[in-house]
Design a protein around this ligand. Structure first.
Ligand SMILES: Cc1cc2nc3c(=O)[nH]c(=O)nc-3n(C[C@H](O)[C@H](O)[C@H](O)COP(=O)(O)OP(=O)(O)OC[C@H]3O[C@@H](n4cnc5c(N)ncnc54)[C@H](O)[C@@H]3O)c2cc1C
Length: 130
């Protein structure tokens, strides 16, 4: 074991950091102030860097199985006008994937359970680091 790490917050960032540290050999505990492990919001776009990182964390297969790869997108105003449009390569390189936030969160929780210490999230439900 390299050492002990405590992470405040079981959002997408905290879960990814926890999994990464646990895979490196740290004993990780995640502290979440909320009553449950959950992710608010609808969907999320993930670009190449996020997808590559999820692959390293062992969560990519789950993520790709949910949602869809994006070949082309449009942002449409209330009057139907296309405000912006593009493909995966606009503003970034490589893939663009779109999926429900809850599915991404669940995939990271599962990746952490597989790659890290067994109980790393159990205490997250009712402890507040604040
Ligand atoms: C409208 C919107 C759309 C977005 N769309 C995209 C997108 O398409 N693609 C993309 O890559 N990113 C997108 N983002 C950004 C992305 O959602 C955020 O970067 C990401 O969710 C941040 O995750 P986080 O874990 O850092 O923070 P959070 O999701 O805010 O999680 C923080 C967690 O820490 C907990 N917490 C806080 N303080 C404490 C404490 N003291 N003790 C214990 N627990 C604590 C909170 O309860 C929460 O669960 C979007 C953001 C917004 C607002």
């Amino acid at each position: 074991m390299l050492g002990k790490a405590a992470i405040a917050g079981a959002g997408l960032g905290g879960l990814a950091a926890a999994t990464s540290l646990a895979m490196e050999g740290w004993a990780v505990e995640v502290f979440e102030q909320g009553d449950e492990l959950r992710e608010d919001g609808a969907c999320i776009w993930l670009g190449e860097m996020a997808l590559t990182t999820l692959g390293r964390l062992g969560a990519l297969d789950e993520v790709l199985a949910s949602g869809t790869d994006v070949e082309y997108w449009e942002m449409i105003g209330h009057d139907g006008t296309v405000i912006q449009s593009g493909g995966p390569r606009l503003g970034s390189t490589g893939r663009l994937h779109w999926l429900p936030r809850a599915e991404l969160h669940r995939s990271l929780v599962e990746a952490g359970a597989k790659g890290g210490s067994e109980n790393q999230y159990q205490r997250a439900r009712n402890l507040c680091a604040g």
